[in-house]
Design a protein. Structure first.
Length: 589
């Protein structure tokens, strides 16, 4: 159903939201844009000029079209009705179920013309769908009810089952327990329910890690969300041994081994999403500390732009991937998104005419049409031996999970020299720092300059939620920031990429601060990369051959247009993606 421009105009003027003079001015500008413009464009123009809000426009459209408008702010929805539409579908399509009647299921939407979403929900719930228009705040509040209801659900389960674990005799859970006793503890129903709830809750919260830490009088469970650890819950000390035993059973680890660290892995499926858990158990003074890394197996849907690459850096990566031979390296600390970047590139290159093989520890994401191999150092199958075998498999593209030693570095460089495009990761603090790291592994400088084409360094910064506070830097703050960032260079690139107006100055550029809301507890949600992309230019090759320092190589790369990570962070802060404080926190780590 479409609204006639005249209908919308008459209703807007009758509503009193906009004065006739303002509307005429906007309408004149609208007409000057040319023929073929719709009432939708008119509405968007009024919103962009700040004359009305998106929600005002939605209410008016609902009235003109005769579609009921519902306000769900402050309304508690029955979880049985709410859960008819799974949370990921509700969030991605801005559609929530709020009332079930004899006539069908009433759903609130931001766009009632989204027939694909309506049809999808109809097939899933097998009920007649009755669309209703609503506003952004209503959708946000209802989406928050998913989390609150699930937290309450998991909290109740864990609290109830933890009580039953308090009855375990004090002697249990100590080193004298036999494997049979530990297995029996691991199979107790309360322990199974607690672990299942912990895992499901962590997945729903988008946690990257779960820490289960035995203390003197209790067991502390923490989730790492967006790179920051948060206390999730406390369990009775008597549950420690049972919980560790249960995780060991899932990971196929030795139950009675408490003196040595152990590593394992297991997989679960929640809401049709497969998640692998990489498990590490480490003996501590108060018992075994368990850390589980969550790895969602479906990597599809990522793009380099979505990961935070842009401008010259993005073009350099695309140019590097079009080469038939050479090496592309990603660098950064653990958990900085290096592997995700490489897999995103592999996903772009994964076409029927190429053979892609990887050797990894562990295989973090499973991808179709890619031959992925897991190293097993315990039986002598290392990165080096795996890579040596891979080159006999006629690959076009090779990914080595990590270059850790001299032999792997040598083999990776030789593979790049002999007609393969090689991807790998290194643990260094900057792109230029990859050079001395490889030299430490006794890689020959003349071979490095012949093979390496691109080096990417990266960190992850937390993204701001939609609710945020705008502010402007003072002269003193601009001066202080300029001591660590080339602000003139950043401003030039902002103008080149049309992020800011050509004539603007720093004092007129808005920045944003995190604002805590019920939906975003600390004002952030999700993470994005900040990067520096070093291209191996002839000048930089000469510097490497002359045994130049990391600083000299980095200085030359900056002269050739490389944005450093902190500069890229300020670029994204100007875009409103993150904050200056978050960038400085991450870069200084």
């Amino acid at each position: 159903m479409h609204i006639q421009t005249k209908q919308l105009k008459d209703f807007i003027l009758d509503s009193g939201l906009i004065s006739a003079a303002d509307f005429e001015k906007a309408e004149k500008e609208f007409a000057e844009k040319g023929e073929g413009k719709t009432e939708e464009d008119l509405g968007k123009m009024l919103v962009s000029r700040g004359l009305i809000t998106e929600d005002d426009l939605r209410r008016m459209q609902a009235y003109v079209l005769g579609i009921p408008f519902v306000n769900l702010k402050g309304k508690k929805i029955d979880f049985e009705v709410l859960s008819l539409i799974p949370e990921p579908i509700a969030r991605n399509n801005n559609i929530v179920a709020f009332r079930k009647t004899e006539n069908g299921l009433e759903v609130a939407m931001l766009d009632t013309n989204d027939l694909v979403a309506i049809d999808f929900v109809k097939k899933k719930v097998k009920l007649k769908i009755l669309p209703r228009l609503t506003d952004n705040d209503s959708i946000k509040e209802v989406l928050l009810q998913y989390q609150k209801t699930l937290k309450a659900e998991f909290g109740d389960i864990i609290k109830r089952e933890s009580e039953s674990l308090k009855n375990i005799p004090e002697g249990k859970g100590q080193e004298k327990e036999t494997e049979g006793e530990l297995k029996k503890l691991a199979e107790d129903l309360p322990v199974i329910r607690i672990i299942d709830s912990l895992l499901r809750h962590a997945i729903i919260q988008n946690a990257s890690d779960i820490h289960i830490e035995p203390m003197e009088k209790e067991v502390l469970v923490r989730y790492r969300i967006d790179g920051i650890l948060h206390d999730a819950m406390k369990l009775p000390k008597s549950a420690s041994s049972s919980i560790t035993a249960r995780i060991k059973v899932l990971s196929k680890l030795k139950l009675d081994e408490k003196r040595l660290p152990q590593d394992g892995r297991f997989k679960v499926e929640v809401n049709n999403e497969k998640v692998s858990f990489r498990v590490s158990v480490l003996p501590t003074y108060f018992g075994g500390k368990t850390v589980m890394r969550l790895l969602k197996e479906n990597i599809s849907g990522f793009s380099l732009e979505g990961l935070g690459f842009h401008g010259e850096g993005l073009e350099r990566i695309h140019a590097g991937t079009k080469l038939k031979t050479g090496m592309i390296l990603t660098t950064g600390p653990t958990g900085s998104g290096k592997t995700t970047t490489l897999y995103t590139v592999l996903d772009i290159l994964n076409t029927p005419d190429v053979n892609i093989s990887t050797v990894e520890d562990p295989v973090e994401y499973q991808m179709p049409r890619i031959n992925q191999t897991q190293v097993k150092p315990s039986i002598g199958f290392t990165f080096a031996s795996g890579l040596r075998s891979l080159v006999r498999q006629d690959p076009d593209i090779i990914m080595v999970g990590e270059i850790r030693d001299e032999e792997t570095a040598s083999l990776a460089i030789n593979a790049a020299l002999t007609g393969h495009l090689v991807f790998s990761t290194l643990h260094t603090n900057s792109a230029a720092g990859a050079i001395p790291r490889l030299l430490d592994m006794e890689a020959e400088p003349f071979l490095m300059v012949s093979t390496i084409s691109i080096i990417i360094a990266q960190r992850l910064v937390r993204k701001l939620c939609s609710a945020r506070e705008k502010y402007f830097l003072t002269e003193a703050e601009i001066e202080t920031l300029g001591e660590s960032v080339n602000l003139e260079k950043v401003l030039t690139i902002l103008k080149e990429e049309n992020i800011v107006d050509k004539s603007i100055e720093w004092k007129k550029i808005p920045f944003y601060k995190a604002k805590k809301t019920t939906e975003c507890e600390d004002g952030y949600s999700g993470r994005i990369g900040i990067h520096e992309v070093l291209k191996m230019s002839p000048t930089i090759k000469e510097l490497i051959m002359k045994d130049s320092t990391t600083g000299q190589i980095e200085e030359q790369a900056k002269k050739e247009g490389m944005l450093t990570m902190i500069e890229d962070g300020i670029f994204k802060a100007v875009q409103g993606v993150t904050t200056i404080e978050e960038v400085l926190r991450v870069v200084s780590e």
